[in-house]
Design a protein around this ligand. Structure first.
Ligand SMILES: [Zn+2]
Length: 347
């Protein structure tokens, strides 16, 4: 039996699929599912925005094309024995167009997708070693829902950033309005210029502990960015619904990539399909710092006395401070968080 060494991304997909994080999708897509999701945004009769696929390179394809069963390894661990149902190919241009839009050829994740996926595997597990699948920080939707019992309202917050003052404004807003908050940072990114996973984890945990501990929850979401804009934002909403959230904050340019999508495309799309997903979408303007009022606000200051000098609070700005070894001003980021950052925090 041939062995296949899976990537970190594939490992996280297996973890999420087999634990109900991506429910109603429970397995990597078959050829039929792949097409249905791209063309109809459906899996069986339910809404699903992005195909979660198991792609293989040409070299691997040649190695396993005649196999019936294969062993899947992650690092040194055997995690599953699977029966191959079908090795299939899809029209990748349709994938590009449906996920990224007309300009898909210029999108770097499309280029990566095109290069890395010669064919796709549809398989069934013969054996899955669940204990080998579990990261010590992973919490499944079932475990989490059991822990929190039923909450009337729970707002989900997704991030792949170190929390700055605008994020914390959102946290406090969500807590006040919906009583319960789940902060769930995505861990598993590797793009240059972004923070290390361990930094994202610890700083979001520190932020979570700054609020009411009874109502604020923190769990990592092990995955990777697909830079799929509106459709990926919808996938993030599905994940939070599975974790028991009744509401989900969709940020400006959520899951965006450079200026590929329109600033409000993710928010508008998620609002439109919120009923199909079964979660309420919260979409507002990005908060900013008003230097006259000396406070973070998300609407224009209505006070007559305020000249309203807006200072944007952005991750880019903060990283510039870090790189030049300058102290991050407290109005941009809480000292409890900025104290944990230095040049080595960024890839
Ligand atoms: Zn003001």
């Amino acid at each position: 039996m041939n062995s296949l060494y899976i990537s970190k991304d594939q490992f996280s997909d297996i973890l999420n699929l087999s634990n109900g994080v991506f429910s109603p999708l429970k397995h990597f897509v078959s050829e039929k599912d792949f097409k249905n999701i791209l063309l109809k945004k459906k899996i069986k009769k339910k809404y699903f925005p992005i195909p979660i696929f198991f792609g293989i390179k040409k070299k691997i394809f040649n190695k396993i094309k005649n196999e019936k069963n294969i062993k899947l390894y992650y690092k040194k661990n055997l995690i599953a024995v699977v029966k191959i149902n079908l090795i299939y190919k899809i029209n990748k241009k349709i994938f590009g167009k449906k996920i990224f839009g007309k300009k898909f050829r210029q999108h770097s994740y499309y280029k990566k997708f095109n290069k890395e996926n010669y064919a796709f595997l549809d398989f069934t597990y013969k054996k899955i070693f669940k204990k080998k699948l579990v990261d010590k920080n992973f919490v499944s939707p079932t475990q989490f829902k059991k822990k929190i019992k039923t909450k009337k309202t729970l707002a989900g917050f997704h991030t792949r950033n170190v929390p700055h003052e605008a994020h914390q404004w959102i946290h406090r807003y969500l807590l006040k309005k919906y009583s319960n908050l789940l902060i769930q940072p995505l861990l598993g990114q590797y793009k240059k210029n972004e923070y290390l996973d361990k930094i994202i984890k610890i700083t979001n945990l520190v932020a979570a502990k700054m609020y009411n501990k009874k109502n604020t929850f923190f769990i990592p979401f092990f995955s990777y960015p697909r830079y799929g804009g509106p459709l990926e934002a919808a996938l993030h909403a599905i994940v939070r619904k599975n974790y028991g959230c009744t509401h989900f904050w969709v940020g400006r340019d959520h899951a965006g990539f450079k200026k590929f999508f329109h600033k409000y495309e993710s928010q508008n799309y998620c609002k439109k399909i919120q009923k199909r997903i079964g979660i309420n979408i919260i979409a507002h303007n990005e908060p900013y710092y008003c230097s006259t009022c000396k406070a973070v606000v998300n609407k224009n200051c209505n006070k007559k006395s305020c000249s309203g000098k807006k200072i944007s609070i952005s991750g880019t700005k903060i990283r510039r401070y870090i790189r030049s070894n300058k102290k991050i001003p407290n109005f941009l980021m809480s000292k409890k968080i900025s104290i944990l950052l230095n040049k080595k925090s960024i890839i």
